[in-house]
Design a protein around this ligand. Structure first.
Ligand code: DAH
Length: 346
């Protein structure tokens, strides 16, 4: 009997050391210390022993039970400390690590430039308007003094659906549309940003789809000096207080007189570089006094009402502002281009 008990003690100690999980520990406790466990059944078996042996065996059983209970408690405590440590280790957070931010998109450089320019003209009292991209020949050309056989139509190679329907080649049709809506009321001060379309072969400086911003002011007594003052203030707001401009005579069928506006090269300050092709100036927009026939055709028949208009290419300005050298980069959706603008405030 004693030997059997000692064998149980030995096996119990070995098995205890082999238990690593909470479930194994519990199973061990049931097997050796439980009511139906090994020691209890040994005690029950004592009934068949001679009476004089019983107290001795009973004492041995109790000693073994106490030893095993203590072994169990201390082993359990040891395991629990290990579990706690492992848990802390796995949940450890290094608060000194810089965070990994989720990838954020950012405003497209073209949209960025449009918003800046809109802000400037809103400050001058303009409202922002938008027009249809699918346009009629009537508004895109006729109402802007470009009749069907006019040679200036060749300057804007056009995507036609049919003779009367086309993709707008410029934002200028919104001049005619807005005048027809509002005439004879004045003042009219609108800014029209939007996509335009031309049958161009794409290369580093040409795209068959690009973006323009049109401006139009109609009021009593508007003169060329209003045009110049507004555009100079605009250039200073966009490029900086020191910015100079110049107006060169040009031709557009819907303005008379017409001009092109240059800004002093924003890279070399006028000394001459490859960006300004060593002229010291960069052309950024076309402008002029609204042609009297455009005014009358679109409803402003009072001879004292005059106006000025301008139109600029947004890609060109964005390329200048951000040093982008290929216009196709605006449309190829390379996320690396956008990522460079995350840190740019405006
Ligand atoms: N619509 C012209 C173009 O696309 C640009 C332009 C020139 C617009 C002079 C104007 C203007 O309003 O006055 O080439």
């Amino acid at each position: 009997m004693i030997e059997r008990l000692q064998a149980i003690e030995k096996i119990a100690k070995e098995k205890l050391q082999a238990s690593v999980t909470g479930a194994e520990l519990e199973a061990w406790r049931v097997d050796f210390l439980g009511k139906k466990g090994e020691l209890s059944s040994a005690l029950r078996a004592m009934g068949s022993l001679p009476a004089e042996e019983r107290p001795k065996i009973g004492q041995v059983v109790n000693t073994i039970r106490t030893t095993l209970e203590e072994a169990f408690e201390s082993y359990k405590t040891k395991l629990e400390t290990q579990w706690q440590k492992a848990k802390e280790e796995s949940e450890k957070v290094d608060i000194t690590l810089s965070p990994r931010l989720p990838f954020l998109g950012t405003m497209h450089p073209l949209q960025r430039v449009i918003r800046r320019i809109e802000d400037i003209f809103i400050g001058f009292g303009f409202t922002v308007e938008r027009g249809p991209h699918v346009e009629t020949d009537h508004f895109n050309f006729e109402m802007l003094n470009l009749p069907k056989d006019h040679p200036a139509r060749d300057m804007q190679d056009t995507f036609y659906f049919h003779e009367e329907m086309l993709m707008r080649t410029h934002t200028s049709p919104m001049q005619a549309r807005t005048m027809q809506q509002r005439a004879p009321h004045v003042p009219l001060r609108i800014l029209v940003p939007g996509r335009v379309y031309r049958r161009d072969d794409d290369d580093a400086t040409h795209s068959h789809e690009f973006t323009q911003i049109e401006g139009l002011v109609v009021d009593y007594g508007i003169s060329m000096s209003d045009l110049k003052g507004v555009l100079l203030t605009f250039a200073k707001e966009l490029f900086g207080e020191q910015q100079e401009i110049r107006l060169r005579p040009s031709f557009f069928p819907f303005t008379e007189p017409s001009a092109e506006m240059d800004v002093r090269c924003i890279y070399c300050g006028g000394e001459g570089c490859s960006t300004c092709k060593h002229t010291g100036w960069i052309e950024i927009l076309g402008c002029g006094m609204v042609h009297p026939s455009v005014l009358t055709m679109n409803g402003y028949t009072d001879g004292d009402v005059t106006g000025f208009a301008f139109g600029m290419g947004v890609e060109r300005i964005a390329m200048l502002l951000y040093g982008i050298t290929d216009i196709r980069q605006f449309y190829t959706n390379d996320v690396r281009l956008l990522q460079q603008f995350i840190a740019v405030a405006r």
